[in-house]
Design a protein around this ligand. Structure first.
Ligand SMILES: C[S@@+](CC[C@H](N)C(=O)[O-])C[C@H]1O[C@@H](n2cnc3c(N)ncnc32)[C@H](O)[C@@H]1O
Length: 408
């Protein structure tokens, strides 16, 4: 096995991250460079040292190299709207006087900062105490998170009045004000390591967004099992808008709130709200809607009434795609796949749309999942997409192999 391939497998074993094959050459070159800098005789010796010394400083450099830290404040704002309008009011109504929130895989602090802003807006001036813990496997990202300084691009979705209340402009960056920042703590944590011990656990709310997408299904299941144990009874787990835990979390059930899917423990002893939900509303409305937002009211045929089902989302997505409305198509396909993750034709279409809008990494992840679904034999066919102008199962499989360079 080549040293680059060995390194890829080692990265997966240590962090859960599966690097795509197209990274192999770049990673091999990078490892060769690091081997020279650190005085190893060759790349093999370097990889071997990493394997033997999992606590070494070099892992910090490697993890910083292989993690994807793409994030921004108020990313997928519909989830934060759901937080302020539904989740927080419900938890407070159930009698909680303390709210503990965890941002797992917090990158450079964009998500914890957003959570702090939203919680301060919801709970500032009340007796409810709250805290946010941000954790990540990448120590460099955490260092940046602690500085709490964000670029204008990163804050582009922050509502103007929040920017003014919670940030100070300093040397071209937006710095989170000390008062809001004081509620956030950061810690280094590798989600794949068991047992999971997070400072401040258990949590009422856990954000685990856009982290598991880099993991294999078995690793996803392992992480969710660990996380479930530290989700407080009645608590909420949110993953990214295009992710689904359907096949990896038998102990969790999905609920739809304000057009957003949230997960709760099946054994969690549901809380019944004792007062009506009265979070602040309207702040995230209209133009803040993210491209990833789930459709609130996709047009469905009259005959299907108001029930949202996977098929009608898929059909609406296909119609939108035919009209070249790729944003709506993406939203509808994602909604469809939330409800039925094994519709391989829909997933294939989602991949194609992602590619068309330039998100080739995400497209490739979808194509890989299609192949995994077909391999497992769990693929479900949507009759309505069995049309002469639509690729057959074999053609889809061949296309996905080509797109992911997975061989015949
Ligand atoms: C794409 S960012 C997501 C940031 C944020 N949650 C969001 O949705 O905007 C993924 C983050 O997950 C972190 N990560 C990847 N593998 C991890 C692991 N095994 N344990 C903890 N964090 C991990 C990466 O370092 C990176 O910061």
């Amino acid at each position: 096995m080549t040293p680059g391939r060995k390194l890829m497998l080692l990265v997966e074993r240590m962090s859960g991250i599966v690097l795509p094959d197209r990274e192999l050459q770049r990673l091999t070159d990078w490892a060769g460079n690091r081997a020279a800098i650190r005085g190893f005789k060759d790349t093999n010796a370097y990889v071997d040292a990493l394997r033997r010394y999992p606590e070494s400083d070099e892992w910090r450099v490697l993890l910083s190299r292989v993690t994807v830290k793409e994030s921004s404040l108020f990313r997928a704002p519909q989830q934060f709207r759901c937080l302020s309008e539904s989740i927080v009011p419900e938890l407070v109504a159930s009698g909680r006087t303390t709210l503990r929130v965890w941002s797992a895989g917090c990158a450079r602090g964009e998500e914890p900062a957003t959570l702090a802003v939203v919680l301060d807006e919801c709970l500032g001036g009340t007796k409810v105490r709250w805290s946010v813990v941000g954790t990540d496997v990448d120590a460099d990202a955490l260092e940046a998170a602690r500085r709490a300084r964000f670029s204008p691009r990163s804050v582009r979705r922050v509502p103007a009045e929040y920017l003014e209340r919670h940030f100070t402009m300093r040397s071209g960056a937006f710095e989170l004000k000390a008062n809001t920042r004081s509620h956030i703590r950061y810690a280094s944590l590798n989600l794949i390591r068991e047992p999971l011990e997070v400072p401040g656990q258990p949590f009422d709310i856990i954000f685990l967004r856009n982290v598991l997408i880099y993991f294999r299904r078995e690793s996803q299941a392992r992480v969710v099992r660990s996380i479930q144990k530290i989700l407080a009874p009645g608590g909420f787990l949110l993953v990214g808008p295009s992710e689904s835990l359907m096949h990896v979390a038998p102990g969790m059930k999905a609920e739809e709130r304000n057009g957003v899917f949230v997960y709760r423990r099946r054994d969690g002893g549901e809380m019944t709200p004792t007062v009506s939900v009265n979070g602040r509303s309207g702040v995230f409305g209209g133009s803040d809607a993210a491209p990833e937002a789930l459709p609130r009211e996709p047009n469905r045929p009259e005959s299907e009434g108001g029930a949202k089902d996977s098929e009608s989302f898929a059909v609406e997505g296909h119609r939108a795609e035919m009209r070249d409305d790729l944003r709506l198509a993406l939203r509808c396909y994602r909604a469809s796949l939330y409800l039925q993750p094994d519709y391989y034709q829909v997933r294939y279409r989602l991949g194609q749309c992602l590619e068309a809008v330039g998100w080739s990494g995400r497209a490739e992840a979808e194509f890989r999942t299609v192949l995994e679904i077909l391999r497992l034999g769990s693929g479900k066919t949507l009759e309505i997409l069995n049309r002469p102008d639509f690729p057959t199962r074999n053609e889809i499989e061949a296309e996905c192999r080509k797109a992911t360079r997975s061989g015949p």
